[in-house]
Design a protein around this ligand. Structure first.
Ligand SMILES: Cc1ncc(COP(=O)(O)O)c(C=O)c1O
Length: 393
């Protein structure tokens, strides 16, 4: 035995996404990359905006001396100032650089937050379906992820969350726009959630954090906007990144921001700064910090994702699939025509279509399609989607 037992268990129970990725690689080797329709990963296919390339080039050219040294664990002050300035507009709350920590993506931000707030056995509540990695992130820091089903339209079930809160609860972790459903939580439901956490926190004499994981905030369609989280609850922390909105997930750059009126703000920031260091991130990548500073509010062309969403939704509707048209992100989470979602995903695989069973996200009876792919992948996959559906009619 070379790896720890708990890691071995985790590898074998590891995500469906990874499993599909591996099976997909075999199918691609057998049938050729262009003949396999891979909707398994949320890896944005759009290139970063032109402005990103320009700033990247300019930044590299203007590097002077001492630009590659260690820095403060929380990141460069001028970068955190740019982020705070943007957040003041986005969140409509007076955020300053003192409340911002640059991180290695949203994943880094979430791990830093959980490391700083969890005692062993503390519970983190997440609405399901949820991003699979949350299980690992909570477990990394001695916590336990407790999931609460959302309503049939994937909106928040506030009563369900209320019933799940105990004296062990430390945080509620939400993700809107959501992976895997694409749902965006309404302002009304977030206000209700904020009121619930305020009330429960008082009763339990415990600070209950609301962690908002929002790397898809800018990827929304039609008239949809994502409500400010800081507007709804003061014990809140935002975790986000530039991975999806400017298509640079490989660069590992994001940030976390604490509500300026959070009760134990200094202690929290101090704990998270230490967590960034001792988790081994030390600080977010220096070059990318400099590059994103002037790119606040910039995003890829969202209309390209809107077009893909239309192509997919219209095509699947025509084949008889049942789904909620998602207001955000680049995922569709249709119902499977049979309760066994793994069986249906395997049926799609026979058509060389790679998707992920909903069970992997705590949403059985569904499957996830990541449509951040080329238009032709969607168009050419539709006959296979139709044939798979017809087998169960
Ligand atoms: C909901 C959600 N949170 C966090 C992450 C991690 O993002 P990052 O690449 O910025 O670490 C992802 C990536 O797919 C995600 O879907």
């Amino acid at each position: 035995m070379t790896v720890a037992k708990h890691i071995k268990t985790k590898i074998s129970g590891s995500s469906w996404i990874r499993k599909m990725f591996e099976e997909g690689a075999l199918l691609k080797a057998e049938h050729g990359v262009d003949n396999v329709f891979d909707f398994s990963l949320g890896n944005p296919n759009l290139e970063p905006p032109e402005k990103f390339r320009k700033v990247l080039n300019d930044t590299v050219i203007s590097l002077a001396g001492g630009d590659h040294r260690y820095m403060s664990n929380i990141g460069y002050p001028h970068v955190r100032r740019s982020v705070a300035e943007y957040l003041r507009k986005e969140q409509r709350v007076e955020v300053t650089e003192n409340e911002v920590i640059m991180t290695c993506g949203a994943a880094g931000a979430l791990n830093v937050i959980l490391k700083a707030i969890l005692d062993p056995g503390d519970e983190v509540i997440a609405p399901a379906p949820y991003f699979v990695e949350y299980q690992f992130y909570a477990d990394n820091h001695g916590g336990i992820l407790k999931t609460v089903a959302t309503k049939p339209d994937f909106s928040l079930d506030i009563d369900g969350i209320s019933a799940a809160i105990t004296e062990k609860t430390k945080a509620v972790l939400i993700n809107s726009p959501n992976n895997p459903t694409g749902q965006v939580y309404s302002e009304e439901s977030l206000k209700e959630l904020g009121a619930l956490l305020t009330d429960k926190g008082k009763r339990l004499n415990r600070t209950l954090y609301l962690i908002s994981d929002e790397p898809y905030r800018k990827i929304v369609y039609e008239e949809c906007t994502v409500p400010s989280i800081f507007d709804t609850y003061k014990e809140s922390i935002i975790a986000t990144s530039y991975s999806k909105d400017i298509s640079i997930p490989g660069e590992r750059i994001g940030y976390l921001a604490v509500h300026p009126e959070a009760s134990f703000k200094e202690e929290l920031i101090g704990g998270m700064s230490l967590a960034n260091r001792i988790l081994g991130f030390v600080n977010a990548p220096a070059l990318m910090q400099r590059v994103v500073a002037p790119l606040q509010g910039v995003s890829v062309d969202i209309s390209a994702y809107a077009r893909k969403r239309e192509l997919l939704c219209n095509g699947l509707k025509d084949c008889g699939y049942d789904f909620i048209k998602p207001p955000g992100a680049f995922y569709l989470f249709p119902k499977t025509p049979v309760p066994d979602d793994v069986k249906f995903v395997k049926e799609l695989q026979k058509e060389l279509i790679l998707t992920v069973p909903g069970s992997g996200f705590g949403g059985p009876g569904h499957f996830r399609i990541a449509y951040c792919v080329e238009d032709k992948t969607i168009i050419n996959a539709l006959p296979g989607f139709r044939r798979a559906m017809e087998k169960f009619r």
